[in-house]
Design a protein around this ligand. Structure first.
Ligand SMILES: Cc1cc2nc3c(=O)[nH]c(=O)nc-3n(C[C@H](O)[C@H](O)[C@H](O)COP(=O)(O)OP(=O)(O)OC[C@H]3O[C@@H](n4cnc5c(N)ncnc54)[C@H](O)[C@@H]3O)c2cc1C
Length: 430
């Protein structure tokens, strides 16, 4: 078994060209080289401005090449919960922007010839009990009022047309959701970003940004200092506690770990028999699982919250394998070929954010659903920082609230996970 991401085993290059050194002065410095940072870099370079994207490690080796590749633009809060908290207009705008962002990603892949096996497969979300089924049905009805949504319910007696399991009490299909190969998408995005003139550098940690007022900003990095007109932070759930530059964001963004396993090759026939429509999948548990066929339809990938923090261990593998066999008992004996984990970032409101603080711009907080959002928000934060674009995002606003008693070390996460695990135990039984 490899304790590394399945998506890294590709022939496309996942690393920058390495042709450039740190420049002395640029219009924009983007901190973080995941989907957000590259998308921002690409948008800026195409406006003819000079831009450098700096990553403390290998760009993309944060969450952007470790994810499940489900392209949902999911919002953690349901439409009804958003309505109750913020009003219907805001809820509609949020869900509409999800549709726009997803279409924008599909258009980007097509127009730029990014061969990442992007497909609008639809997603089936299994209900863990009858109450969840009923609330999914109400949510589907609400979503269908917002242009672009195609949600409908599959009753339990019909669910074998979607998935060969008896675990769920039926579920909701959303046709407008899809999936891609995260590594191939990253490789394509990186190529286009560098071609546009963006300098992308690995192993260049940004320590601090010092404001020189009219003269711009002095960006202190592990490879020297660079002067920039504007700085964009795209460090998301990898902001960490090490560098001064992350101080403001880390009090407002909680990283949670998510882990994934990929089975041995099962054969396309077997995968097709278990998942006849080859969709993306999820369930309604509090510690929900996400799963899917791999793009070659030969294996199954499943992910969920992780109880390990830095590296997937046998415990994580056993936990995810158990989740897999709850869904497909016949996979009890199958081997696991890959296991890994990564960080996802949550704001207190569980909504993505774009904001400005002390003249530094930020985009973050996709709550585990950043394949669509990070690409979109990278573009939107760049347009906001440049003052271009017709319309900023609905997520542009004041900085998110800080989290009480928290400064970047999420000491409370294990307690929250055990609480949710207990709620799921109750959910399945009652
Ligand atoms: C296991 C897992 C499964 C997921 N599954 C899905 C899914 O199926 N669907 C979905 O939509 N989303 C999913 N996500 C979420 C999605 O991958 C992320 O939301 C998205 O990739 C975030 O991109 P990003 O560019 O904002 O951040 P990242 O890709 O995490 O990039 C941040 C970068 O910042 C760099 N950095 C940090 N500090 C500094 C510094 N001081 N100086 C320089 N660089 C710095 C880091 O090295 C890192 O490369 C998943 C995430 C994980 C971990």
């Amino acid at each position: 078994m490899k304790m590394s991401a399945f998506w890294w085993d590709i022939s496309e290059s996942l690393t920058p060209s390495g042709k450039h050194a740190l420049p002395k002065e640029v219009d924009f410095v983007v901190v973080g080289g995941g989907y957000t940072g590259l998308s921002a870099g690409l948008t800026i370079a195409r406006q003819g401005r000079s831009v450098v994207v700096l990553d403390s490690g290998t760009p993309g080796h944060g969450a952007s090449t470790r994810n499940g590749g489900i392209c949902s633009a999911q919002i953690r809060l349901s439409h009804s919960a958003l309505c109750a908290q913020y009003g219907e207009e805001f809820a509609n705008e949020v869900y509409s922007e999800g549709i726009t962002a997803r279409l924008d990603l599909a258009k980007f892949c097509e127009e730029e010839n990014i061969e990442c096996q992007f497909q609008m497969t639809g997603r089936f979300t299994g209900a863990m009990n009858f109450r969840d089924y009923e609330s999914q049905a109400r949510e589907a009805e609400r979503l269908n009022y917002i242009a672009g949504h195609k949600a409908y319910m599959i009753a339990r007696k019909d669910q074998y047309s979607e998935i060969a399991t008896d675990l769920f009490f039926g579920g909701m299909v959303r046709e407008e959701i899809g999936g891609f190969h995260p590594g191939k998408f990253f490789a394509g995005l990186l190529k286009r970003t560098e071609e546009a003139g963006t300098i992308v550098l690995s192993n260049t940690a940004v320590h601090e940004v010092v404001d020189l007022s009219a003269a711009g900003k002095s960006v202190v990095t592990s490879k020297g200092t660079i002067t920039a007109g504007t700085v964009i932070m795209a460090t998301n759930a990898y902001t960490g506690t090490k560098h001064k530059v992350g101080k403001f964001l880390r009090k407002r963004l909680v990283p949670a770990t998510s882990a994934i396993i990929v089975t041995e090759k099962l054969g396309t026939e077997k995968v097709g028999a278990l998942m006849p429509r080859l969709r993306m999948f999820g369930n309604s548990a509090n510690l929900y699982s996400y799963f899917r066929p791999t793009p070659d339809r030969d294996r199954i990938l499943i992910g969920s919250r992780s109880f390990d923090r830095t590296q997937a261990t046998g415990r994580t593998v056993a936990y995810l394998k158990l989740k897999l066999t709850h869904i497909f008992p016949e996979l009890d004996k199958c081997d696991v070929d890959y296991a890994w984990l990564g960080n996802v970032g949550f704001t207190r409101a569980q909504l993505p954010v774009i904001f400005e603080h002390n003249d530094v711009y930020y985009a973050a907080g996709y709550a585990g659903s950043g394949t669509v959002w990070a690409h979109w928000m990278g573009k939107k934060v760049a347009e906001t920082a440049m003052g271009t674009g017709n319309r900023t995002s609905v997520f542009y606003g004041p900085p998110p609230q800080s989290v009480p008693l928290y400064d970047g070390n999420p000491w409370f996460m294990p307690a929250i996970q055990y609480y949710f695990a207990f709620k799921d135990w109750v959910k399945i039984r009652y």
